[in-house]
Design a protein around this ligand. Structure first.
Ligand SMILES: Cc1cc2nc3c(=O)[nH]c(=O)nc-3n(C[C@H](O)[C@H](O)[C@H](O)COP(=O)(O)OP(=O)(O)OC[C@H]3O[C@@H](n4cnc5c(N)ncnc54)[C@H](O)[C@@H]3O)c2cc1C
Length: 380
């Protein structure tokens, strides 16, 4: 057993860390406050290979593996969780196209995702009435000659206003056929009939873009079908398995930032004549947080390693996402407590971390859905 990172992993981690220190941390509070979509920062990340960490170099990726991706994601999330989620979804879209696409689809889209020519990629699965249960989706794709025509709503789509390409799931058979009649399509940004809805006014991740979409007779060529006809649900589930490693890594990054702030504050803040870090009550909060953070990291890197080895990793990814996101919630809460009243105002970064953390327990499958996935595997 080897807990050491290899040279490539260390290099990716250091590259992301340097970028965060130099470029992202100085603007993170401003991004949160103004809700500015971090276009320039995303381009800089693309220039560093971060928009395709686990994609082939021939397509502009870094080809550095899943562990490297997890490390990079945690670093970027430590700097700015909004930028991190945009990067996570873009990497996920590139990986889905790489895994299930034809050569023509890969060549058409992946270099534009990895180079930053596309500001982002979007993953359009959720609908207003179909969140945890995407098998009940209503968006339809109807075959019409050499084309498919898509109609229906999508909800909560990250980067929807900026994406160069959308991976879109739609029903290609009767509703009664459930998950067996869902297919996956690639739709280009700006397609005729693709309406972008309102930008959600969120609790956290204020600089990430989250919108609803409406497909109103969006016509795509038959060659836009990704994978097999009626094989889309399996693609979604496989993509989410990988995506959960990304969100677990994001949660680790947010928690790492929060703990760093709390440790610095505990050393600096004096009450009753000494630093609050001298009190056991504060020490225990920091000790529990550090322990949970390391446990989250271990689970997440194990899931990433398993995916990299080509093994089954669905249960491990769900466990990592469940544990890391719940640990992140506890850690940001304790770290805010360490700050006392100063944790409750925007002057201190912990206030942003507290808000940003919450969604990691919701998206890419809620904590309850992770437990469903884990239990299904355990009971098999
Ligand atoms: C900021 C943000 C960004 C997002 N980005 C994207 C994106 O880019 N693309 C995309 O497709 N989606 C995206 N989502 C959607 C996200 O994946 C869904 O919100 C999530 O899957 C939950 O669906 P829902 O909100 O409809 O909640 P619901 O499914 O309605 O769940 C409500 C509650 O019921 C619980 N519940 C539901 N079913 C069960 C069950 N079987 N057992 C136990 N409890 C259950 C849930 O855990 C939850 O607590 C995003 C969401 C947010 C908030």
């Amino acid at each position: 057993m080897d807990f050491e990172l290899n040279e490539t992993q260390l290099l990716i981690q250091k590259t992301a860390r340097d970028f965060v220190e130099r470029t992202l941390l100085p603007v993170a509070a401003e991004l949160d406050k103004t809700e500015r979509f971090p276009r320039a920062e995303l381009q800089a990340l693309a220039d560093l290979g971060m928009m395709g960490v686990n994609l082939p170099t021939a397509l502009g990726g870094a080809e550095a593996g899943v562990v490297s991706y997890s490390l990079a994601m945690s670093e970027v999330a430590r700097g700015c969780a909004s930028t991190a989620v945009t990067m996570a979804v873009t990497n996920m879209v590139g990986e889905v196209i790489n895994a299930f696409g034809t050569d023509a689809q890969r060549e058409a889209h992946i270099p534009k995702l990895t180079s930053g020519e596309y500001a982002a990629g979007s993953f359009a699965l959720s609908e207003p009435e179909a969140g945890s249960d995407p098998g009940s989706m209503r968006t339809v794709a109807r075959r019409d000659g050499d084309s498919f025509v898509l109609d229906g709503p999508k909800q909560w789509i990250t980067s929807g206003s900026h994406a160069g390409v959308f991976v879109v799931w739609a029903r290609t058979g009767e509703l009664s056929a459930g998950t067996k009649a869902i297919s996956c399509f690639l739709v280009e940004g700006g397609a005729d009939g693709l309406r972008i809805g309102k930008h959600e006014d969120k609790l956290g991740l204020r600089a990430s873009n989250t919108v609803s979409l409406s497909f109103e007779g969006v016509r795509v060529p038959a060659s836009a079908l990704l994978g097999e006809m009626n094989g889309g649900f399996k693609i979604a589930m496989m993509a989410l398995d990988g995506g959960r490693i990304g969100i677990a890594s994001q949660a680790i990054g947010i928690a790492t930032a929060a703990l760093g702030e709390a440790v610095a504050y505990a050393k600096d803040r004096k009450q009753f004549g000494k630093p609050i870090g001298d009190y056991q009550a504060i020490q225990w909060m920091l000790a529990d947080s550090k322990t949970e953070l390391d446990a989250a990291r271990m689970l997440t890197l194990r899931a990433a390693w398993l995916k990299e080895q080509g093994g089954l990793f669905s249960k491990e990814a769900a466990m990592a996402k469940l544990f890391a996101s719940e640990a992140c919630g506890k850690i940001v809460d304790r770290c805010l407590q360490v700050h006392g009243g100063y944790g409750y105002v925007k002057e201190f970064a912990i206030e942003r971390h507290y808000r940003d953390a919450r969604v990691t327990r919701i998206y890419e499958g809620t904590s309850e859905i992770q437990r469903v996935v884990i239990a299904r595997n355990v009971l098999r």
